[in-house]
Design a protein around this ligand. Structure first.
Ligand code: FES
Length: 66
């Protein structure tokens, strides 16, 4: 599914970038070589980025606790 129509950024690409890039949605877009145009996607993109990073943190803590 496309999250950003203007830049043709798919959810899967955004989730991968969330783990390899720092910063907010705009910074993550920049990491992908893109930048927001209309900006309508940024709130949803930020939610996905936050969720992906939170899930990765939980996985890390689970491994650390084991
Ligand atoms: S839909 Fe992402 S900048 Fe327009």
């Amino acid at each position: 599914m496309y999250i950003c129509i203007c830049n043709a950024i798919r959810e899967t690409d955004l989730r991968k970038a969330a783990l390899s890039c720092d910063g907010d949605a705009e910074a993550t877009y920049a990491c992908l070589g893109k930048r927001p145009n209309c900006g309508q996607c940024l709130d949803e993109a930020q939610e996905i980025i936050d969720a992906e990073r939170a899930a990765a943190a939980c996985d890390f803590l689970a491994v650390e606790a084991a």
